[in-house]
Write a protein that binds this ligand. Structure first.
Ligand code: NAP
Ligand code: G4F
Length: 377
């Protein structure tokens, strides 16, 4: 049975990827970070929370990452964890660098020292192209980051390549263009729009205030894009791939389409506020994923209109449930019954613990236990 470690499993992409890997027979481990209110609702939403094993780890904390790799003993690491919000990276550039740049290097160092056979996937991004003059962008387009987030991700992108070429480690960059879903965080523009459209339709909100309506993005569906993460890790050689739909629409066009789904005219509800504009904008992204199609046979299945409809309908369902007295999924109880969580414990024997969950080879190298497998609930 193949073993995978997914960092950032509580985010949008993590649960879709975990579900895919489970369907392929993988043993799936995922890292989550300690928060005052645990957020496992996406994993619950896809019905996979109890099918995976969770390990607490923070990308800023080397020892927790080392433990996560040791205890999961993975064949493949998918590094999805990040401070992923471009806007926030202008407010917290150092934190973003620490997590998005150095975080990836920490994993590469662990692989180099512990086991060079572990394959590594880095969640790279179309933001790397930021100010590119060319459109569409592909793997050969010059990278011109326009935000602290993009600059940090560019560092991780290069380190991923450097470890491939210097040490022969199987490392891949998935250069993913924007991908969305009903599980998208509420601060990203697509979900902000679809959530507001649902509330406006139900009379729970009056207007929608956005920033730059003219910015254009190549928006795909996260469920399609995670397939390509797995496909590039199964390829006979490590490589970097652009993943995109090849179509680009403006924020205004997304809003127009979303309001259309519920039969409303967007112009009556949407306002643009200068305060929500970014210090430096990425004006247009559109990907050319020909290499992914030709080499790996991947193509985006869900396109713009279908994606917008899926997201609006999902938010409508949620808000209708709310108005009839049901909780939101993100009100899920902390540590729901039956979760498989591995937590630190200095009193147990690491070798036995890791061996019990399959980490024999690496566990043999450790002397003292720091891990205990807890079955919560
Ligand atoms: P997301 O929803 O924001 O999820 C990010 C994940 O990273 C969450 O699980 C988050 O944990 C975790 N995380 C944040 N800081 C961490 C830290 N210090 N230590 C450990 N974990 C941490 O992002 P996503 O949309 O799933 O994207 C996945 C990856 O792809 C990210 O690296 C993103 O930058 C990249 N990417 C995304 C897109 C896109 O359009 N979605 C496109 C290109 C690249 P919490 O849940 O606790 O916050
Ligand atoms: O939804 P966004 O915040 O996504 P952005 O900046 O494109 O970043 C996302 O995609 C990247 C891939 O290209 C990922 F690497 C990254 O992690 C993230 O997933 O903003 C999209 C556009 C921007 O031009 C922004 O200025 O929408 C514009 N926008 C206009 N009004 C807004 C708003 N963005 C947000 N978040 N909120 C607004 O009210």
């Amino acid at each position: 049975m193949k073993r995978a470690l997914i960092t950032g499993i509580t985010g949008q992409d993590g649960p879709y990827l975990a579900r895919l890997l489970l369907s392929k027979g993988y043993k799936v481990y995922g890292t989550y970070r300690r928060t005052s209110s645990p957020n496992f609702w996406r994993l619950q939403h896809l019905g996979i929370l109890k099918k995976i094993t969770l390990i607490p780890a923070d990308l800023s904390d080397m020892s927790s990452l080392l433990e996560a790799v040791t205890v999961s003993n993975p064949d493949e690491i998918y590094n999805l964890a990040a401070q992923s919000f471009v806007g926030a990276s202008f407010d917290q550039p150092l934190h973003t660098t620490e997590i998005d740049a150095s975080g990836a290097t920490r994993f590469l160092e662990i692989i180099r020292h512990l086991n060079k056979n572990i394959k590594f996937y880095q969640a790279s991004t179309s933001e790397l192209f930021g100010g590119a003059k060319e459109c569409p962008q592909d793997e050969r387009t010059p990278m011109m980051p326009n935000s602290p987030y993009a600059a940090a991700k560019l560092h991780a992108y290069h380190m991923t390549k450097i470890y491939r070429h210097s040490y022969g480690i199987f490392t891949c960059n998935g250069i993913l263009f924007n991908h969305e879903s009903p599980l998208r965080g509420l601060e990203f523009v697509t979900r902000k729009i679809t959530n507001s459209v649902a509330k406006i339709k139900l009379g729970l909100q009056k207007e929608l205030v956005l920033g730059n309506l003219d910015a254009k993005r190549d928006w795909g569906y996260a469920g399609d894009f995670v397939k390509m993460m797995w496909m590039m890790m199964q390829h006979d050689k490590p490589d970097d791939f652009v993943i995109a739909t090849g179509e680009t629409y403006s924020v205004g066009e997304f809003a127009e389409e979303a309001f259309k789904v519920v039969g409303l005219d967007w112009k009556k509800y949407v306002k643009s506020d200068q305060k929500l504009h970014r210090p430096m904008e990425v004006h247009q992204l559109c990907g050319d994923a020909r290499k992914a199609r030709d080499v790996l046979g991947w193509e985006a299945e869900i396109k713009f209109k279908e994606l917008v409809k899926m997201m609006v309908e999902s938010d409508l369902r949620l808000w209708k449930k709310f108005t009839s007295g049901e909780n939101f999924p993100w009100d899920a109880p902390s540590f729901p019954h039956g979760m498989d969580v591995i937590a630190r414990n200095v009193t147990r024997d690491a070798k036995r613990e890791a061996a019990a969950i399959g980490g024999k080879k690496l566990a043999g190298k450790k002397k003292k236990s720091t891990w205990k497998k807890l079955l919560k609930g």
